[in-house]
Design a protein around this ligand. Structure first.
Ligand code: SF4
Ligand code: SF4
Length: 151
């Protein structure tokens, strides 16, 4: 399956991947409305890590052996049979955060959905050919591909 891969050498930590990820997962999908009028403000699923001059965008690896899925108490965290992406069923999630502790990459965040806590993570932007983070990176620091670009 296709995944999002990073090319750290091209990342300048502008955080546009975070911004457009949040807009993609907002109610309005409009950048101004999403950031100025929506409550709670939509959360990004991609997070830019910075260590000195090194930066890169981190998001779910959609693992072949997904510890988040194996640890989920309710079956909310599951693999989408069509896309292969690991996704959350917000209606089934009880916000126990077991998946947050199980994920070795630290890419699951604690959010809210219709007044109850819910796990929030990358879903590879269902309905889009290319995830929003990849499409809106101005430097080509993210690629959506079957294999890592350096492999
Ligand atoms: S959330 Fe973490 S454990 Fe689950 S598939 Fe993504 S990277 Fe793997
Ligand atoms: S927080 Fe939600 S998705 Fe995560 S383990 Fe608990 S019920 Fe499953």
């Amino acid at each position: 399956m296709k995944r999002v891969y990073v090319k750290e050498e091209f990342c300048i930590a502008c955080t546009l991947c975070e911004i457009f990820c949040a807009v993609q997962h907002s109610a309005s999908r409009d950048i101004l409305r999403a950031f100025k009028r929506e409550t709670p403000r939509p959360m990004p699923r991609a997070l830019v890590e910075r260590i000195g001059p090194v930066s890169f965008s981190v998001q779910c690896r959609h693992c072949a052996e997904p510890l988040c899925v194996y640890s989920c108490l309710t079956g909310a965290m599951h693999r989408d049979e069509e896309t292969g992406a690991i996704v959350v069923d917000a209606e089934r999630c009880i916000g126990c955060w077991t998946c947050v502790m199980a994920c070795p990459y630290g890419v699951i965040r604690q959010g809210m959905y219709r007044g109850h806590p819910v796990a929030v993570k990358c879903d590879l932007c269902p309905g889009r050919d290319v995830p929003a983070c990849v499409e809106n990176c101005p430097n080509g620091a993210l690629v959506f591909a079957e294999e890592a670009p350096h492999a």
